[in-house]
Design a binder for this molecule. Structure first.
Ligand SMILES: Nc1ncnc2c1ncn2[C@@H]1O[C@H](COP(=O)(O)OP(=O)(O)OP(=O)(O)O)[C@@H](O)[C@H]1O
Length: 239
């Protein structure tokens, strides 16, 4: 029997509350009703702030990241993005909030449609939100800012390296100018120099646009250098 779809995530207000790009309060979520992965987890990321989330493998970091990105619906708790409480989130992110958060995952080959050129991959969120006219004006500069130039944009995922494909996934996550970027193990599959280049691209973009960042990972040294603060997954749970 399919699980019944629960009602909207409760929250006190539709009005934006300034100060936070992301507020997760008392989030309970998982894949099995009887054994949730997250029990009452809370996390905030301030506007423009960079927060690194550290924790052992399997503890639930990616699940929390997917809840924050409106890709996984929690069973209980409050999600606020850019000060707006998320209501009516069932299978798709509510229309008005789709542009608020961008996500980059660990494995670009799982995330990227193999039939699309990198240019189409990056531009797809603009098409999906009815902003096709912005593509010519936005795409070249955004691609260049993540280090993708020349003929790479005309290639398909199987014709580029993991690092190049991850750059395209980063550009795609940024193309709607989100208030919050979530990088879930974005560099875990990449070598040191590609990691450094991608982190530099994120930081340059954030400096220009004031985008907040939630970076999820295992690499403490990287996250402590990259982020304003790091939090341990265990500290998000009620005592
Ligand atoms: N789609 C899914 N269906 C069922 N169980 C899942 C699913 N995704 C994750 N899980 C389980 O949820 C738990 C938490 O997984 P999650 O990926 O959130 O952890 P994580 O901390 O990000 O791990 P890692 O650092 O290894 O990526 C694990 O026990 C995992 O097996």
């Amino acid at each position: 029997m399919p699980e019944p779809i629960p009602g909207p995530i409760p929250g006190p207000t539709h009005e934006p509350v300034p100060g936070f790009a992301l507020e997760l309060r008392g989030i309970t979520a998982g894949y099995d009703r009887r054994a949730p992965v997250l029990h009452g987890a809370s996390l905030t990321v301030g506007d423009g702030e960079a927060v690194g989330l550290l924790g052992p493998s399997g503890c639930g970091k990616s699940t929390l990241a997917r809840v924050a990105a409106l890709l996984h619906r929690p069973r209980a708790g409050t999600v606020r993005l850019a000060g707006r409480t998320v209501y009516g989130f069932r299978h798709r992110a509510p229309r008005g909030l789709r542009t608020t958060v961008g996500v980059v995952f660990q494995q670009p080959r799982l995330a990227a449609d193999p039939r699309l050129t990198l240019a189409d991959l990056i531009a797809e969120p603009l098409r999906a939100t009815g902003r096709r006219a912005e593509i010519p004006g936005r795409l070249p500069a955004l691609a260049a800012s993540v280090g993708l130039g020349g003929d790479l944009l005309a290639r398909r995922p199987h014709e580029v390296s993991d690092g190049q494909l991850q750059r395209a996934c980063l550009a795609r996550a940024l193309v709607l100018r989100p208030r919050l970027l979530i990088c879930d193990e974005m560099t875990a599959m990449l070598d040191a120099s590609t990691t450094a280049a991608l982190v530099a691209a994120v930081e340059e973009y954030r400096r220009e646009h004031g985008t907040a960042l939630l970076a999820v990972g295992h690499d403490r040294v990287l996250l402590e250098r990259w982020c304003d603060r790091t939090v341990e997954f265990g500290a998000l749970l009620p005592r």
